[in-house]
Design a binder for this molecule. Sequence first.
Ligand SMILES: Cc1ncc(COP(=O)(O)O)c(C=O)c1O
Length: 282
Amino acid sequence: MRVLALLDGTLADPEAPLLRADDLAVTRGDGMFETILVVDREPRELGPHLDRLERSGELLEIPPPPRAAWERAVRAVVDAWPWESERELALKLVCSRGIDGGDGTPTGFALGTPVGADALRKRREGISAITLDRGYAPDLKDRAPWLLLSAKTLSYAVNMAALREAERRGADEVVFTATDGSVLEGPTSTVVVARGRTLRTPPPNAGILPGTTQGALFRAAEKAGWETSVEPIDRAELFEADGVWMASSVRLITQVRSIDGTEIKATAELQQELGDLYESQY
Ligand SMILES: Cc1ncc(COP(=O)(O)O)c(C=O)c1O
């Protein structure tokens, strides 16, 4: 099942070709995207996702289509989704620089797909992770803005290669580390660490994406009396924590059970508590 909408709010055949062969999404991965979870017709964190899409557009110097156009496309997909058989929908917003040598009009669309069985299993059972070197220092983002380190660009080939490396090593997920050994993020998720009643996550100025799911979790946790902190986390701290999670829009707050083959603390109670806190926002 797939539902595809264009930015004027019209639906298109998801099985028919949509992009030209010379669209810069295809030839250079030159664009940005977002993936949003929709539950019972309600898109989660739509505002923060559209804010981040705009921010990616600024970093890429692509004038993003107006917010109202995205909202129209989101609504069109949500309205056409078969809610009688599917309770959730993963909604991808994609925007490229447009045609190579064209007039600069960006290409944009919204594509809805079911939440896959793999994501559902990871939510339920948790994951094993490995750490992999991302190869840059945590202060590189500001020194080299052309590397687009905190933009959510369409160039995810490296992120997907890292996940295949995890699979080769018998693990589900990757925690990227910087050259100084500090924790960055997953290829498609944010790292959250619990120590006592404090939740921590690494800072976006280390060249990672500010996560909308982590943001929602921290908002709820603060209301419930947790301390939260956005600060560097050393790889060694993952092994001493009371729990580690990978947060992302579709897999939600996924508990990490082992890192680099070593079991870490992963209690059912904290998983339930953080899952409930996140859900309390909706
Ligand atoms: C590199 C990266 N970091 C973090 C995230 C988590 O962001 P969100 O919670 O907004 O899905 C994603 C999402 O796909 C991502 O690609």
